[in-house]
Ligand binder design. Structure first.
Ligand code: SAH
Ligand code: TMP
Length: 408
């Protein structure tokens, strides 16, 4: 694909928000790999035709999703609960009427959601190209196919398993550059009354909260109901329900079906009206967002430098892919942040992408807590605050940047 072209409409894209040189969000590495570290220019464009907010350039999917993929979904207990609720709501829904339904999930990762279908002996298939996490799903009794989803793969699935009743995905549709091919694949895969239910970080929240750290290599798109309706209407699908989710700092669950098969819920009409008021279909909104992002950067760097001048110790909490955007865009390195603690074994002992801050096990945070902890995993704030009462009781303070930079 040519750069600077909308991946949905094909019209020209100009770069509206520039974040400079950026490594892979999940590219945690060892010093021996520094000279091979991959960087690309991260910038965002917006198509006035498709209304898609998207990266101008994105590293190839094989660079990001492979047998050493660093993100294991089940590290968060709250997310496991969330996906149990998602699965159960589909199983109980008016949309899944077949006696012997077949459910396909895209990007099932370690089986966090499909496990709930497997446990109930519901026929399922997880399409998961990152082999290490797909293996973890298999070990939980989840059936997987370790490939990138495409129209071609959809034909193969139909040949082997028949048509599907539900197509599910979470935090993956927004990762896929050839999204039109994926929607074509969904069209091939589903039977006439089949439904699509997927959720992704929501553009409306990112704009409102200036949570620009949702922008990184894997998130090639940030969707709105307007852009999703446009995209899926190419294959005669329409939105029938939308449900806002608190996960990942504000997400939207989109439910779609073939036009006219199910009633369009009031939630869809209301959200489309709200998005029009918020200007999610306008380039001016993205330009205002750019100003807010620049302001946020200035505030964060000033605060960290001030604390450092007071000889305060600062550490990060959660070596998230989101933090890669903040650290590299704001040029914050080990001179300001001593370490970042993270519970994911594959990240520990490595250095963060680009700025090379050490990632340490959670025990380091417990044993050697800083004066200030930057909450990079701010989307898990509730879960983290509940278990870090001790840190706060001993005088530890939190820094956040969402929706504005401040000490909590
Ligand atoms: N659904 C999980 C995982 C999200 S991470 C959750 O919400 O926690 C995104 C996952 O999608 C990764 O495991 C990645 O390997 C997978 N993925 C990326 N591109 C894909 C594609 N084209 N088809 C299927 N899965 C894909
Ligand atoms: P995410 O924001 O992409 O879900 O990633 C969260 C990261 O934060 C992941 O690497 C695990 C880490 N983490 C912790 O270290 N401690 C925690 O309590 C939680 C919830 C996450």
């Amino acid at each position: 694909m040519e750069k600077s072209v909308c991946r949905v409409s094909g019209d020209a894209l100009s770069s509206l928000v520039n974040f400079g040189n950026m490594p892979l969000g999940n590219g945690f590495l060892l010093p021996k790999d520094f000279d091979r570290e991959y960087f690309y220019k991260m910038a965002v464009g917006f198509s006035e035709k498709s209304k898609m907010f998207q990266l101008i350039d994105q590293p190839t999917p094989e660079k990001m999703f492979h047998e050493e993929y660093a993100f294991y979904s089940s590290t968060s207990i709250r997310m496991a609960e969330h996906f149990k609720e998602f699965a159960n709501s589909i199983i109980a829904s008016e949309y899944l009427q077949s006696k012997d339904p077949f459910v396909v999930e895209l990007g099932c990762n370690d089986g966090i959601m499909l496990k709930n279908f497997a446990d109930k002996k519901i026929k399922h298939l997880g399409v998961e190209p990152s082999k290490n996490v797909a293996k973890a799903a298999n070990e939980k009794g989840v059936r997987t196919c370790s490939e990138f989803f495409s129209a071609e793969l959809a034909h193969k699935i139909v040949e082997e398993d028949g048509k599907a009743d539900a197509f599910l995905a979470a935090n993956v549709m927004c990762h896929i550059p050839n999204i039109v091919d994926v929607v074509e694949g969904i069209n091939i895969l589903l039977n006439d009354k089949g439904i699509i239910a997927f959720e992704d970080p929501y553009l409306g929240d990112v704009i409102e909260k200036v949570s620009y750290d949702q922008i990184y290599d894997e998130h090639v798109f940030l969707f709105s109901a307007i852009s999703i309706n446009n995209l899926f209407s190419q294959f005669d699908f329409e939105l029938i329900d939308v449900i806002h989710q608190p996960t990942h700092g504000g997400s939207m669950r989109y439910v779609l079906a073939k036009k006219g098969v199910f009633k369009i819920k009031e939630s869809v009409i209301k959200l489309l009206e709200k998005e029009n008021l918020q200007g999610l279909d306008k380039i001016e909104t993205v330009l205002k967002f750019k100003e807010n992002v620049e302001h946020s950067k200035g505030e964060l760097v000033t605060l960290l430098k001030k604390l450092k001048a007071q000889h305060k110790r600062i550490a990060g909490y959660g070596a998230t892919s989101k933090s890669t955007t903040i650290l590299n865009y704001c040029d914050i390195g080990p001179d300001l942040i001593e370490y970042i603690s993270d519970t994911t074994p594959i990240k520990q002992g490595k250095l963060t992408p680009g700025v090379h801050i050490p990632v340490v096990p959670y025990e380091t945070f417990k044993e050697n807590p800083p004066d200030y902890a930057i909450l990079f995993a701010w989307n898990h704030a509730e879960e983290i605050m509940a278990k870090e009462k001790d840190f706060m009781a001993k005088g530890g303070k939190w820094i956040t940047h969402v929706p504005n930079v401040r000490i909590l």
